[in-house]
Every structure is written in structure tokens, then in C-alpha cells.
Design a protein around this ligand. Structure first.
Ligand code: C5P
Length: 282
């Protein structure tokens, strides 16, 4: 059976550098993909349909889903049955629906015998019709994203990171967070060094970067500050920051074992939060 993995997208940095004439915001973001994510399978069928299961399937619509929009974007005449196993929380800043749409696009091209997408400006502009974050998710590789999300520069040389993802079970509206940002003209990341000697040097550089949506998201959902504090309070946490427009936050740890231990401790202390240890950029 044809399968695709839809990894969580983590914005290690997210600088808001301006606003374009159509109201969309200009971003400068370093994105890595996680070993945690949703799973999709694809089968030939007489109609286009979607079924969903998995621990996070409760809030997922089977009509009007981003997965079906991806099918329509390729060819509204074609059919398939798609099954989605939902592991990532919805509307959570780690690209759940976005990653699913990108994975559906990849899977359906294969199922329908069409050529794989090639990473060029035309592809990114086309797939951006499904959402500003879909282009970065199409190839699931560490990349710098700019423009409103359609400019992608792959950065394969960056060290992988061990991390913990936490969602406090609060849905945050992306447009509402964008509206609440106090300053929309912030500095970009500048040049990202390509020769970090090790993980520690990379993390030190990350500590000097920002998520410019974080304060605005905290003002809407104060529990995000609580999540960041819980991560920072664990032993060995080297960096705690929000991803995307929230509410999911990530913590970076020196090893897979320290990340797993932190995830266990936080799951025990906050049993209603969604907590996952994972590797980023591997
Ligand atoms: O394109 P997408 O549906 O993912 O975006 C959701 C909303 O987030 C948009 O309607 C827009 O209000 C906001 N957005 C933005 N600037 C971006 C991406 C999204 O203002 N670069």
C-alpha cells in the first residue's frame, strides 16, 4: 500500500519582518521536521474519500479537509481513498493540517502515476494555494522559509536536534495571533552560518533568534508561558520556544535520553498536555 509520512513542522525561529499589500506577513523562519507526525495511506477508488483514525482524530473534519483540497488542486476529476492516522494535534503551530496536505499531494502524484514535484518556484507558488505553510512541508527537509512562506532555501548541513514537543490542548487562531503582534517590522535572521562546529554552537546561535509571534500568542493563551516555563525547568533544557503561531512549544535537549526523560517528567506533571520526544532534522 502506498504510504506517506507527514512530519511535524517546527519553526526553530520565526521572525516577522513586514507585511505585504494583501495583508499577509513577511516571515523569515528556520524550519526543521520531526520524527513525530501523521501517517497517510492511498488506494485506488471510484470516488474521492477520506477516513481518519488515531489519537488526535476527534477534531478532524473528513469533508473540507486540507487533504481533499490537495487532491482537488492536482486534478478535481480524479478519485482515491485516503486514510489519515492523526497523531499531531490540530491547529497547533506544528503544521498538522499543512503537513497532511503536503503529504497527500506527494502521495496522490504517485498513486495517479504523475511525475514527482520538483522543488522550484513554480511548484512552491502552486502548492501555496493550499496554505502559506504548505510549500515548506512538501519536501520535509530543513529549510529557511521567507516571503509569506513560498520562498524555500534547503539547509541540509545543520546539525540534528533532540527535542520535546508540548501542546497544552489549546487551539490558537493564526490570524488572531498575527493581528496581536505589536511590531511587524522586525530584523531578519541575517546570514545563517553553515559551519557550526557542533550542536552546542548551533543551539547558542538559535538562542539569539526569536519567534516574533510568541508574545502575541501568550497574550491570547497565557498557558503557553506555562509550557515554556515547564520546559525550561526540566534538567538539561537548552532552549524553549513556541513553534509557528502556537500553542505547541519545543524544548531542545543535549541527547535523545535527556529529551525522553524530560518528556516523561512533564507528562507525569501535566497528564492532560500532549507531549512527545522526537528528533528534529535527522
Ligand atoms: O495560508 P494559511 O491558511 O496557512 O494562513 C492562515 C492565516 O494566517 C491567513 O489567513 C493570514 O491571516 C495569516 N497569515 C499571514 N501571513 C502569512 C501566513 C499566514 O498573515 N505569511
Amino acid at each position: 500500500m502506498l504510504e506517506q509520512f507527514a512530519p511535524a513542522k517546527v519553526n526553530l525561529t520565526l521572525h516577522v519582518t513586514g507585511q505585504s499589500a494583501n495583508g499577509y506577513h513577511l516571515l523569515d523562519s528556520l524550519v526543521m521536521f520531526a520524527s513525530a507526525g501523521d501517517h497517510l495511506t492511498f488506494e485506488p477508488a471510484d470516488e474521492l474519500s477520506l477516513s481518519v483514525d488515531g489519537p488526535e482524530s476527534g477534531a478532524v473534519p473528513t469533508d473540507g479537509n486540507s487533504v481533499l483540497s490537495a487532491a482537488h488542486l492536482i486534478d478535481p476529476q480524479k478519485s482515491a481513498h485516503i486514510h489519515l492516522t492523526k497523531v499531531l494535534p490540530v491547529a497547533s503551530g506544528i503544521g498538522g493540517g499543512t503537513a497532511d496536505a503536503a503529504a497527500a499531494y506527494r502521495g496522490l502524484l504517485k498513486l495517479w502515476g504523475l511525475p514527482d514535484a520538483v522543488p522550484n518556484a513554480e511548484t512552491f507558488a502552486h502548492i501555496a494555494k493550499l496554505g502559506a505553510d504548505v510549500p515548506i512541508c512538501l519536501f520535509s527537509q530543513t529549510a529557511r522559509m521567507s516571503g509569506i512562506g513560498e520562498k524555500i532555501e534547503f539547509m541540509p548541513e545543520l546539525p540534528a536536534l533532540d527535542a520535546v514537543l508540548i501542546n497544552p490542548r489549546v487551539e490558537v487562531s493564526t490570524p488572531a495571533v498575527f493581528k496581536s503582534i505589536s511590531s511587524k517590522n522586525n530584523a531578519s535572521m541575517g546570514t545563517i552560518p553553515s559551519n557550526f562546529i557542533d550542536q552546542v554552537e548551533f543551539i547558542t546561535w538559535l538562542q539569539h533568534q526569536r519567534n516574533d509571534m510568541q508574545d502575541a500568542a501568550v497574550s491570547i493563551a497565557p498557558v503557553i508561558e506555562h509550557v515554556l516555563a515547564a520546559l525550561s525547568a526540566t534538567q538539561n533544557c537548552q532552549l524553549a520556544r513556541m513553534s509557528g503561531s502556537g500553542a505547541t512549544c519545543f524544548g531542545v535537549f543535549p541527547s535523545a535520553e535527556t529529551a525522553r526523560n524530560a518528556a516523561l517528567q512533564i507528562s507525569r506533571d501535566y497528564p492532560h498536555w500532549w507531549v512527545k520526544s522526537c528528533t528534529l532534522g535527522a
